[in-house]
Design a protein around this ligand. Sequence first.
Ligand code: GDG
Length: 468
Amino acid sequence: MSRLVVVSNRVAPIKEGKVAAGGLAVGVYDALRESGGIWFGWNGETSSNPMLVCETQGNITYATIGLTKRDYDNYYRGFSNATLWPTFHYRVDLSRYLRKEYEGYRRVNAMLAEQLKPLLQPDDIIWVHDYHLIPFADELRQLGVRNRIGFFLHIPFPAPETLTSIPPHNELFRTLCAYDLLGFQTEVDRQAFEDYITREVRGVVSKNNTMTAYGHTFKAAAYPIGIMPDEIQELAASYKGRRHISGRGREGEPRKTIISVDRLDYSKGLVERFEAYEQLLDNYPEHHREVEFVQIAPTSRSDVKTYQRIRQQLETQAGHINGRYADLDWMPVHYLNKSHDRKILMGLFRTASIGLVTPLRDGMNLVAKEYVASQDPQNPGVLVLSRFAGAARELTSALIVNPYDRMGMAEALDRALRMPLAERKDRWENMMRVLRKQNLATWRDDFVRDLRGSAQRAAAKGWAVHAL
Ligand code: GDG
């Protein structure tokens, strides 16, 4: 079997047998372990003289390199996270464009391609991840690399009108067409990409998701990322450690917990969610003292200004709700910026009556899937899920809400708090079936199979499948 080379913005070596890391890292790691190969990317650090470092564990080589401060500012903080991230999440209002940052983005992609090229073998297949690395295949091609290269976009692919607000969109998406296989989270994202290709560049779409644009023929399809639901079920059930101490309600019953876990990011809809929770307390006084809301939001990208602003806003909102409603023995909102061990999180999900997952836009949202997988089959909680999360395409038995509708969300929370056991079980079983069918292994295997398949087709046609 040919080797797999995974390229991602961040590389975090995983120690054998450790399950602490998030789902994606584990899925990619498993694929690498199966076929052997390289995991290549940024080591997460800045340095004045970055050098490639290779570390081999078993059949996987971790090849990582630092970034100069200038490259970090332009490529990572700048074009990736201040232009592409907001625009792809439909927040053109938060997006900025600076030509020097785009140049830095292109420069880093070119540098990374140059660093990877000497490590490649002729029949390696290369799997590139996410929006930081759109031009990566094009840079490799310019260096003469002819291996098969696939790309998976973890975030949404927006409608063409939104994309065209990025000034160099034409050049950027021309480079995207240098891949052999493009993977999106949902059919909606794939369709948006097709719309861009047909409307903006007059590309041609043929059968089996094959497209031709800018002189390249490639395949574009949806590969929804999943989790390993049975492993999470086991992890959540085995957690015996410290739990969230929720007091007792008016009748002496334990309070019901509503839980949300997100990176602190404006795309996750935290502000709107806090407003909806306040609306629940305003509209339904019968839930006072009977319910509490736990929001875990580890900070991310804290050196980007918009992220500092949202943090301040949430602190104000949490203080405001608690100021209005808290009592000596009841704290309606618990807002925690600390990150938690994965096992603790899954344990908390299991005890929470409601998983509240309401992003304004999200490629997939693994938290929604993890909440469902953590539930006690005999007494499952209710998932309240935004229609704008990719996960809503699969988890149709959740209570689906529009995060812009504060009143609608408060009604859904009230309904979830009252939902009878039989209905909760029914919805949960439907969702577990979906999670088991389309899990992390199927996501990985489907993508890698299609990428290998395209390599075999190329070889059969006598195309060069080797690094020149
Ligand atoms: C991107 C896309 C897409 C969170 N807090 C803690 C913690 N987490 C874990 C969760 C989950 C992961 O982080 C977050 O994944 P999401 O999918 O929810 O969101 P993004 O980070 O934005 O991921 C997204 C994903 O890529 C995969 O393709 O679904 O749409 O934006 O696994 O559990 N884990 C631990 N402590 C925490 O405090 N251990």
